[in-house]
Design a protein. Sequence first.
Length: 307
Amino acid sequence: MKYTDITKKELEEVVNKYVEYYNGQEEGCWTYETAYTRIHQVMTTNGAKCLVQYDDNGNMTGFVMGYYKQYDDILAYFLEEIVIFDGYQGKGYGSQFLAELEKLVKENGAEHIEFLSVNDEHHMHFYEKAGYYAANNFAIMGKHWENEKCEKAEMFQIREVTDPEEKQKIARLILEALTDWFGIPETREEYIVTSADKIFFAAFDDDKPVGFITLTETGKSTAEIYVMGVLKEYHRDGIGRRLFARLKEKAVFQGYEFLQVKTVQMGKYDDYDDTNRFYLSLGFKEFEVFPLLWDEANPCQIYVMAL
Protein backbone atom coordinates (compact mmCIF):
# COMPACT_ATOMS: atom_id res chain seq x y z
CA MET A 1 0.00 0.00 0.00
CA LYS A 2 1.05 3.57 -0.62
CA TYR A 3 -0.15 6.62 1.34
CA THR A 4 0.18 10.25 0.26
CA ASP A 5 -1.23 13.60 1.33
CA ILE A 6 -4.24 14.79 -0.64
CA THR A 7 -3.21 17.67 -2.91
CA LYS A 8 -5.00 19.58 -5.66
CA LYS A 9 -3.81 16.88 -8.06
CA GLU A 10 -5.81 14.15 -6.29
CA LEU A 11 -8.74 16.27 -5.16
CA GLU A 12 -10.94 15.92 -8.24
CA GLU A 13 -10.68 12.12 -8.22
CA VAL A 14 -11.33 11.99 -4.47
CA VAL A 15 -14.44 14.17 -4.83
CA ASN A 16 -15.83 12.13 -7.74
CA LYS A 17 -15.29 8.85 -5.88
CA TYR A 18 -16.83 10.34 -2.73
CA VAL A 19 -20.01 11.27 -4.63
CA GLU A 20 -20.10 7.88 -6.37
CA TYR A 21 -19.73 5.99 -3.10
CA TYR A 22 -22.20 7.89 -0.93
CA ASN A 23 -24.88 8.33 -3.58
CA GLY A 24 -24.54 4.73 -4.75
CA GLN A 25 -24.04 2.90 -1.45
CA GLU A 26 -25.47 5.21 1.21
CA GLU A 27 -28.39 6.77 -0.72
CA GLY A 28 -26.86 10.23 -0.37
CA CYS A 29 -27.66 13.28 -2.45
CA TRP A 30 -24.17 14.70 -2.85
CA THR A 31 -23.27 16.88 -5.81
CA TYR A 32 -19.72 17.50 -6.94
CA GLU A 33 -19.93 21.00 -5.48
CA THR A 34 -21.17 19.97 -2.02
CA ALA A 35 -18.66 17.12 -1.79
CA TYR A 36 -15.84 19.41 -2.90
CA THR A 37 -16.85 21.99 -0.28
CA ARG A 38 -16.99 19.33 2.46
CA ILE A 39 -13.56 17.89 1.67
CA HIS A 40 -11.93 21.23 0.95
CA GLN A 41 -13.17 22.64 4.26
CA VAL A 42 -11.38 19.88 6.16
CA MET A 43 -8.25 20.10 3.99
CA THR A 44 -7.90 23.83 4.74
CA THR A 45 -8.54 23.51 8.48
CA ASN A 46 -5.59 24.48 10.66
CA GLY A 47 -3.69 21.28 11.48
CA ALA A 48 -5.36 19.24 8.72
CA LYS A 49 -3.98 15.83 7.81
CA CYS A 50 -5.73 14.16 4.87
CA LEU A 51 -4.42 11.06 3.10
CA VAL A 52 -5.20 8.90 0.09
CA GLN A 53 -4.50 5.17 -0.11
CA TYR A 54 -3.27 3.40 -3.25
CA ASP A 55 -2.94 -0.34 -3.84
CA ASP A 56 0.11 -1.94 -5.40
CA ASN A 57 -1.32 -1.33 -8.89
CA GLY A 58 -1.63 2.42 -8.31
CA ASN A 59 -5.43 2.42 -7.89
CA MET A 60 -6.89 4.88 -5.40
CA THR A 61 -8.70 2.70 -2.86
CA GLY A 62 -9.80 5.22 -0.24
CA PHE A 63 -9.01 8.31 1.78
CA VAL A 64 -9.09 9.74 5.29
CA MET A 65 -9.50 13.34 6.31
CA GLY A 66 -9.12 14.99 9.66
CA TYR A 67 -7.07 17.42 11.69
CA TYR A 68 -5.06 17.77 14.88
CA LYS A 69 -6.79 19.27 17.95
CA GLN A 70 -4.93 20.75 20.88
CA TYR A 71 -6.27 20.17 24.40
CA ASP A 72 -4.80 21.45 27.66
CA ASP A 73 -2.83 18.27 28.27
CA ILE A 74 -2.66 16.34 24.99
CA LEU A 75 -2.64 16.71 21.23
CA ALA A 76 -5.39 14.69 19.57
CA TYR A 77 -6.33 13.86 16.00
CA PHE A 78 -9.98 14.22 15.00
CA LEU A 79 -10.87 11.79 12.22
CA GLU A 80 -13.60 13.46 10.18
CA GLU A 81 -14.01 10.57 7.78
CA ILE A 82 -12.50 7.38 6.43
CA VAL A 83 -13.86 6.03 3.15
CA ILE A 84 -12.87 2.86 1.34
CA PHE A 85 -14.23 2.98 -2.20
CA ASP A 86 -16.41 0.47 -4.03
CA GLY A 87 -14.63 -2.74 -4.94
CA TYR A 88 -12.06 -2.48 -2.14
CA GLN A 89 -14.17 -3.06 0.96
CA GLY A 90 -13.98 -6.26 2.95
CA LYS A 91 -10.35 -6.81 1.97
CA GLY A 92 -8.63 -5.32 5.00
CA TYR A 93 -7.86 -1.99 3.34
CA GLY A 94 -9.72 -0.02 6.00
CA SER A 95 -7.86 -1.73 8.85
CA GLN A 96 -4.52 -1.11 7.13
CA PHE A 97 -5.46 2.54 6.60
CA LEU A 98 -6.35 3.03 10.28
CA ALA A 99 -3.10 1.40 11.36
CA GLU A 100 -1.09 3.68 9.05
CA LEU A 101 -3.00 6.73 10.30
CA GLU A 102 -2.34 5.81 13.95
CA LYS A 103 1.35 5.37 13.22
CA LEU A 104 1.58 8.72 11.44
CA VAL A 105 -0.27 10.82 14.02
CA LYS A 106 1.70 9.21 16.87
CA GLU A 107 4.91 10.22 15.12
CA ASN A 108 3.57 13.78 14.97
CA GLY A 109 2.94 13.88 18.73
CA ALA A 110 -0.75 12.97 18.97
CA GLU A 111 -1.78 10.81 21.94
CA HIS A 112 -5.42 10.27 21.07
CA ILE A 113 -7.72 9.72 18.05
CA GLU A 114 -11.39 10.64 18.22
CA PHE A 115 -14.23 10.61 15.72
CA LEU A 116 -17.98 10.30 15.27
CA SER A 117 -19.24 6.96 13.98
CA VAL A 118 -22.54 5.68 12.70
CA ASN A 119 -24.01 3.69 15.56
CA ASP A 120 -24.75 0.39 13.84
CA GLU A 121 -23.43 -3.16 14.16
CA HIS A 122 -21.19 -2.98 11.08
CA HIS A 123 -19.37 0.20 12.08
CA MET A 124 -19.11 -0.74 15.77
CA HIS A 125 -17.59 -4.12 14.88
CA PHE A 126 -15.03 -2.53 12.54
CA TYR A 127 -13.82 0.08 15.02
CA GLU A 128 -13.95 -2.15 18.11
CA LYS A 129 -11.84 -4.73 16.26
CA ALA A 130 -9.24 -1.99 15.76
CA GLY A 131 -9.22 -1.23 19.50
CA TYR A 132 -11.57 1.76 19.59
CA TYR A 133 -14.32 2.21 22.16
CA ALA A 134 -17.58 4.17 22.34
CA ALA A 135 -17.07 7.29 24.46
CA ASN A 136 -20.04 7.85 26.77
CA ASN A 137 -19.00 11.15 28.35
CA PHE A 138 -20.29 13.26 25.44
CA ALA A 139 -23.65 13.52 23.71
CA ILE A 140 -24.22 14.74 20.15
CA MET A 141 -26.64 17.68 20.18
CA GLY A 142 -28.31 19.07 17.08
CA LYS A 143 -31.33 20.65 15.45
CA HIS A 144 -32.51 19.95 11.91
CA TRP A 145 -34.83 21.67 9.43
CA GLU A 146 -36.35 19.79 6.52
CA ASN A 147 -35.65 21.19 3.06
CA GLU A 148 -35.61 20.20 -0.59
CA LYS A 149 -31.84 20.30 -1.15
CA CYS A 150 -31.61 16.62 -2.03
CA GLU A 151 -34.30 16.97 -4.68
CA LYS A 152 -32.54 20.02 -6.14
CA ALA A 153 -29.17 18.27 -6.09
CA GLU A 154 -30.50 15.32 -8.06
CA MET A 155 -32.34 17.54 -10.54
CA PHE A 156 -29.32 19.32 -12.03
CA GLN A 157 -25.90 17.94 -12.92
CA ILE A 158 -22.83 20.08 -13.59
CA ARG A 159 -20.06 18.71 -15.77
CA GLU A 160 -17.10 19.99 -17.74
CA VAL A 161 -17.58 19.86 -21.51
CA THR A 162 -14.48 19.30 -23.63
CA ASP A 163 -15.83 18.64 -27.13
CA PRO A 164 -15.70 21.91 -29.16
CA GLU A 165 -18.85 21.14 -31.16
CA GLU A 166 -20.83 20.32 -28.02
CA LYS A 167 -19.65 23.57 -26.43
CA GLN A 168 -20.91 25.62 -29.38
CA LYS A 169 -24.19 23.71 -29.52
CA ILE A 170 -24.89 24.36 -25.83
CA ALA A 171 -23.80 28.00 -26.05
CA ARG A 172 -26.11 28.58 -29.03
CA LEU A 173 -29.07 26.92 -27.32
CA ILE A 174 -28.69 29.05 -24.19
CA LEU A 175 -27.65 32.41 -25.64
CA GLU A 176 -30.29 32.47 -28.40
CA ALA A 177 -32.90 32.07 -25.65
CA LEU A 178 -31.47 35.00 -23.64
CA THR A 179 -31.96 37.93 -26.01
CA ASP A 180 -32.60 40.31 -23.09
CA TRP A 181 -28.90 39.95 -22.28
CA PHE A 182 -27.45 38.84 -25.63
CA GLY A 183 -29.56 40.76 -28.10
CA ILE A 184 -26.84 41.82 -30.56
CA PRO A 185 -26.54 38.96 -33.09
CA GLU A 186 -22.90 39.64 -34.02
CA THR A 187 -21.75 39.68 -30.38
CA ARG A 188 -23.82 36.62 -29.53
CA GLU A 189 -22.34 34.69 -32.46
CA GLU A 190 -18.83 35.65 -31.38
CA TYR A 191 -19.50 34.23 -27.91
CA ILE A 192 -20.82 31.02 -29.47
CA VAL A 193 -17.93 30.52 -31.88
CA THR A 194 -15.14 31.34 -29.43
CA SER A 195 -16.62 29.19 -26.66
CA ALA A 196 -15.17 26.17 -28.49
CA ASP A 197 -11.67 26.77 -27.14
CA LYS A 198 -12.62 27.92 -23.62
CA ILE A 199 -12.80 26.00 -20.35
CA PHE A 200 -16.50 25.17 -20.34
CA PHE A 201 -18.92 23.89 -17.69
CA ALA A 202 -22.58 23.16 -18.37
CA ALA A 203 -25.63 22.42 -16.22
CA PHE A 204 -28.10 19.73 -17.28
CA ASP A 205 -31.69 18.96 -16.33
CA ASP A 206 -31.57 15.25 -17.19
CA ASP A 207 -30.00 15.48 -20.67
CA LYS A 208 -31.18 19.03 -21.40
CA PRO A 209 -28.56 21.80 -21.17
CA VAL A 210 -29.96 24.63 -19.06
CA GLY A 211 -26.90 26.80 -18.42
CA PHE A 212 -23.18 27.18 -19.02
CA ILE A 213 -20.13 29.21 -18.03
CA THR A 214 -16.74 29.65 -19.71
CA LEU A 215 -13.30 30.72 -18.53
CA THR A 216 -10.60 32.45 -20.55
CA GLU A 217 -7.06 33.47 -19.65
CA THR A 218 -6.32 37.20 -19.62
CA GLY A 219 -2.81 37.08 -18.17
CA LYS A 220 -0.27 34.79 -16.55
CA SER A 221 -2.04 34.97 -13.20
CA THR A 222 -5.51 36.15 -14.21
CA ALA A 223 -8.59 34.69 -15.85
CA GLU A 224 -12.04 35.96 -16.74
CA ILE A 225 -15.57 34.63 -16.86
CA TYR A 226 -15.88 35.02 -20.61
CA VAL A 227 -19.60 34.36 -20.92
CA MET A 228 -22.28 32.83 -18.71
CA GLY A 229 -25.95 32.10 -19.22
CA VAL A 230 -28.80 30.16 -17.59
CA LEU A 231 -32.20 29.68 -19.23
CA LYS A 232 -34.63 32.17 -17.73
CA GLU A 233 -37.06 29.52 -16.46
CA TYR A 234 -34.20 28.04 -14.39
CA HIS A 235 -33.16 31.29 -12.73
CA ARG A 236 -33.04 31.25 -8.90
CA ASP A 237 -32.54 27.47 -8.76
CA GLY A 238 -28.90 27.88 -7.72
CA ILE A 239 -27.53 26.79 -11.10
CA GLY A 240 -25.46 29.91 -11.69
CA ARG A 241 -23.87 29.63 -8.27
CA ARG A 242 -23.02 25.96 -8.84
CA LEU A 243 -21.57 26.68 -12.27
CA PHE A 244 -19.40 29.41 -10.78
CA ALA A 245 -18.22 27.11 -7.98
CA ARG A 246 -16.90 24.59 -10.51
CA LEU A 247 -15.31 27.34 -12.60
CA LYS A 248 -13.61 28.91 -9.58
CA GLU A 249 -12.22 25.55 -8.52
CA LYS A 250 -10.85 25.00 -12.03
CA ALA A 251 -9.28 28.47 -12.06
CA VAL A 252 -7.50 27.74 -8.78
CA PHE A 253 -6.34 24.36 -10.09
CA GLN A 254 -4.96 26.06 -13.21
CA GLY A 255 -2.88 28.35 -11.01
CA TYR A 256 -4.70 31.64 -11.53
CA GLU A 257 -4.62 34.12 -8.65
CA PHE A 258 -7.31 36.59 -9.75
CA LEU A 259 -10.65 36.32 -11.51
CA GLN A 260 -12.58 39.08 -13.26
CA VAL A 261 -15.90 39.51 -15.01
CA LYS A 262 -17.48 42.29 -17.06
CA THR A 263 -21.11 43.41 -17.14
CA VAL A 264 -23.18 46.54 -17.71
CA GLN A 265 -22.91 49.04 -14.87
CA MET A 266 -25.53 48.92 -12.13
CA GLY A 267 -28.46 51.31 -12.60
CA LYS A 268 -28.81 51.05 -16.39
CA TYR A 269 -31.12 48.06 -16.90
CA ASP A 270 -33.14 45.91 -14.48
CA ASP A 271 -31.91 42.60 -15.93
CA TYR A 272 -28.29 43.68 -15.68
CA ASP A 273 -28.87 45.00 -12.17
CA ASP A 274 -29.79 41.42 -11.22
CA THR A 275 -26.56 40.27 -12.87
CA ASN A 276 -24.56 42.81 -10.85
CA ARG A 277 -26.16 41.67 -7.62
CA PHE A 278 -25.42 38.05 -8.51
CA TYR A 279 -21.69 38.71 -8.98
CA LEU A 280 -21.52 40.75 -5.79
CA SER A 281 -23.19 37.88 -3.90
CA LEU A 282 -20.43 35.55 -5.14
CA GLY A 283 -17.80 37.76 -3.55
CA PHE A 284 -16.68 39.88 -6.51
CA LYS A 285 -15.63 43.47 -5.78
CA GLU A 286 -16.09 46.55 -7.96
CA PHE A 287 -12.84 47.38 -9.76
CA GLU A 288 -13.47 50.02 -12.44
CA VAL A 289 -16.06 51.30 -14.92
CA PHE A 290 -15.10 51.88 -18.55
CA PRO A 291 -17.86 54.12 -19.95
CA LEU A 292 -16.99 53.65 -23.63
CA LEU A 293 -15.47 50.16 -23.78
CA TRP A 294 -18.67 48.86 -25.40
CA ASP A 295 -20.74 51.96 -26.12
CA GLU A 296 -22.21 54.96 -24.31
CA ALA A 297 -25.48 53.18 -23.54
CA ASN A 298 -23.68 50.20 -21.96
CA PRO A 299 -20.90 51.34 -19.60
CA CYS A 300 -18.69 48.39 -18.72
CA GLN A 301 -18.39 47.47 -15.05
CA ILE A 302 -15.42 45.26 -14.18
CA TYR A 303 -15.53 43.10 -11.04
CA VAL A 304 -12.52 41.27 -9.59
CA MET A 305 -11.89 38.52 -7.07
CA ALA A 306 -8.72 37.15 -5.46
CA LEU A 307 -8.57 33.34 -5.62
